[in-house]
Write a protein that binds this ligand. Structure first.
Ligand code: HEC
Length: 260
């Protein structure tokens, strides 16, 4: 082979426009060849995609019964009933027997407001009388209520004098008072077995407001003369189920359930 002539053949006329077109065409072809080489396939033609889409829609209409496929009535059977999970009707914590629920409320009040003086075991200590077996705890509820609401001074139920107990009910609701009374009457060895109700506690606040000197500590003399009685109000079955938060009796749980 003779060596290529390095000098340009000036006689040969070159159409630059044609040459440019050819270069562009070949570059595009080369780019396409490259794609084919990468995945072995030609790019899918747009018309083919459109045709496939139409075919799929027609097939779906025929085979899938499309007219009704999205219809609620056929998707969900007429007798379909959403399953209600167990306990879904419950709106709060499990109901508890009244005595237990009132005492649980009272236990928290006792820890916060009485324990510091009368002790966690209710047996008092130096300077504070025991609540275990105290006649004014397990006896007349009006006596106990007046002591808690107003505090007391002078001789206690046993005749001994310890000092002055400040009133404890300034921030108590009737539920709180009912709870703490139920608790102390059924703790520390005390076992009256009864519930001081919210109604009774509300009456206690009213009786206290009507004292000659509301808010002043009560003493043995006043207790014996005016408060030696049970608080007025209907008794509550200690076993009846109550809401542990509101302490109100609840409907029979079984009958309220989603018929199983
Ligand atoms: C700051 C201390 C203190 C707190 C708090 C306190 N007490 Fe007292 N309590 C006393 C003292 C002191 C006496 C005796 C008063 C006296 O000698 O007259 C007493 C007496 C009593 C008595 C009379 C006991 C008897 O046998 O005569 C009862 C009942 C009682 N408290 C219940 C309670 C309850 C329930 C609470 C909480 C709600 C409470 N106390 C909170 C100090 C306290």
């Amino acid at each position: 082979m003779p060596p290529a002539d390095p000098s340009p053949d000036l006689d040969e006329s070159i159409n630059v426009t044609q040459a440019h077109d050819r270069v562009v065409r070949e570059a595009a072809a080369a780019a396409r060849e490259k794609r084919i080489a990468d995945n072995g396939r030609e790019p899918t033609a747009l018309w083919l995609i459109v045709v496939c889409g139409i075919v799929a829609m027609i097939a779906g209409a025929v085979l899938g019964d499309a007219g009704r496929f999205f219809a609620y009535a056929t998707t969900f059977r007429p007798d379909y009933v959403r399953a209600v999970p167990e306990g879904a009707d419950a709106t709060g914590p499990e109901p508890r027997a009244a005595l237990a629920a009132f005492a649980a409320r009272g236990s928290r009040i006792y820890s916060a407001q009485c324990q510091g003086c009368h002790g966690s075991d209710g047996r008092g200590g130096s300077g504070y009388p025991t609540l275990s077996g105290s006649e004014w705890v397990i006896g007349d509820t009006q006596t106990l209520a007046m002591i808690i609401i107003n505090g007391m001074e002078g001789p206690i139920s046993t005749g001994e004098t310890y000092g002055v107990m400040p009133g404890q009910a300034t921030s108590m609701s009737p539920q709180d008072l009912a709870g703490v009374m139920t608790y102390v009457r059924n703790s520390f060895g005390n076992e009256t077995g009864d519930v001081t109700t919210i109604e009774m506690a509300a009456n206690a606040f009213e009786i206290s407001d009507n004292r000659d000197s509301p808010g002043a500590p009560v003493n043995a003399e006043e207790i014996r003369a005016a408060h030696a009685a049970m608080l007025p109000g209907d008794p509550l079955d200690p076993e009846i189920l109550v809401d542990p938060i509101s302490l109100e009796p609840v409907e029979d749980h079984e009958s309220a359930g989603a018929g199983s």
